[in-house]
Write a protein that binds this ligand. Structure first.
Ligand SMILES: [Zn+2]
Length: 237
């Protein structure tokens, strides 16, 4: 099993691409090992067959340069916050040993995303316990960061994705059953805009704040420690 630098965990295929795809592509392009764990196969979605969506996730993962992708086939729109599901994710964390885990933000409109962030956090904790009923050696990721579709304020830091934005869009475009037909795509994607328009507007807005072309925003629960304020990115005036 490959040892990962970063593992993103999300509820539905394409959540990872749309939210944190830029960071995963940045890392992969630098030679680091990245992975995606989808909890469900998106079977409640209006468009596309199960086979379509599974195949699309593989293509999207290749475009993102993932070293690992897995799907736990939990029930779409009914992801349950249970010990059994925590342990399923914890086993993946033990198997892949990521240092960085990316989870959905802790406030969510979709119940699966909410369950995912709670399951993911608990799994990171459980994976580090020696006596828990899991295979392999204990492993606890060093850092958990959070990402979300909707929130564009109060974030903790921005990641420059100017060099990976096009690749990120290509990875989302791989989900043809969802996004190839623009009218269908508007019906899927809350709040009713084209997903590529959404990604462009959000990433440009965040990039403008950072003085770069495109950015993604992330949330953390800890503080950021820096050695040298003189050289902090983003000038004040
Ligand atoms: Zn989702």
């Amino acid at each position: 099993m490959v040892k990962l630098d970063a593992l993103a965990i999300a509820a539905h295929p394409d959540d990872i691409e749309i939210t944190c795809g830029g960071l995963l592509i940045n890392m992969s392009n630098e030679g680091r090992k990245t992975g995606a764990l989808d909890l469900t196969r998106g079977e409640m979605g209006t468009f596309g067959t199960q086979a379509d969506r599974d195949a699309e996730a593989v293509v999207a993962g290749e475009i993102m340069g993932l070293s690992y992708r897995n799907n736990l086939s939990m029930a779409d729109s009914a992801v349950a916050y249970t010990q059994e599901n925590k342990l399923k994710i914890a086993q993946i964390i033990r198997d892949t040993k990521p240092e960085l885990v990316i989870l959905p933000h802790w406030e969510q409109r979709h119940p699966d995303h909410l369950a995912c962030t709670k399951l993911g956090y608990d799994a990171c904790f459980l994976s580090g316990l020696k006596k828990v009923d899991l295979n392999g050696e204990p492993h606890r990721p060093r850092k958990i960061i959070y990402i979300t579709y909707s929130r564009t304020a109060d974030f903790s830091f921005l990641v420059n994705i100017s060099n990976s934005f096009k690749q990120k869009c290509d990875s989302v475009r791989a989900y043809k059953s969802q996004f190839e037909n623009k009218e269908n795509a508007k019906r899927i994607f809350h709040p009713g805009i084209d997903v590529f328009e959404y990604m462009e507007i959000k990433a440009r807005f965040l990039g403008q704040i950072a003085g770069v072309e495109y950015a993604e925003s992330y949330f953390i629960k800890e503080s950021i420690l820096i050695d040298d304020p003189q050289n902090m990115p983003i000038a004040s005036i």
